[in-house]
Ligand binder design. Sequence first.
Ligand code: AMP
Length: 191
Amino acid sequence: MLNIVIFGAPGSGKGTQSDKIIEHYKLFHISTGDVLRDNIRRGTELGKTAKGYIDQGQLVPDELIIDILAQVLDENKVNAREGVIFDGFPRTIPQAEALEQLLADRGTKIDAVVGLEVPEEELIKRILLRGQMSGRADDNEETARKRLEVYHNQTSPLKAYYEQQGKYRAINGLGSIDGIFESISETLDSL
Ligand code: AMP
């Protein structure tokens, strides 16, 4: 049983490494970005609200995203028996506090936060490349820079928050996909 958060700036490789972690450790994947994009595709009310924020490179408001997370946890009956990887959540301190409470209510907790650390210039390069390949609407230069700014202001304080709890594990996010995964699995296996 392992609950982890995969943490890092946009473009740090969270999605790519999540796929490998899920396959290896058989964890249940919760990506709030995927949930929002799915709602946008289906044209739901939530999708319409979220699109405005996502296109601007802004975060969706905490109350909204926390409600969505609680719903995903309940719909999937995520509880103490199943390990989960949280990808793209939490992104603010209030979200981290809410996550702690939501998991405590379900008799479980976060075991580790895997932080993918990648230099800024490389992040922009990767985001733009992903935009060319996937056509993700928020992967253009202007939005990418905004998202990085939002990351620095609102999300990066979570590193110190989880360090204080002794849960943060820094991973060098530069190198080959398999090499980075190897560092992650060494870390997770040593927990
Ligand atoms: P991602 O796929 O994780 O990069 O998320 C894409 C976009 O969805 C972000 O730039 C935000 O606008 C929104 N989003 C995803 N997760 C969250 C979250 N935990 N809090 C606020 N906004 C989020």
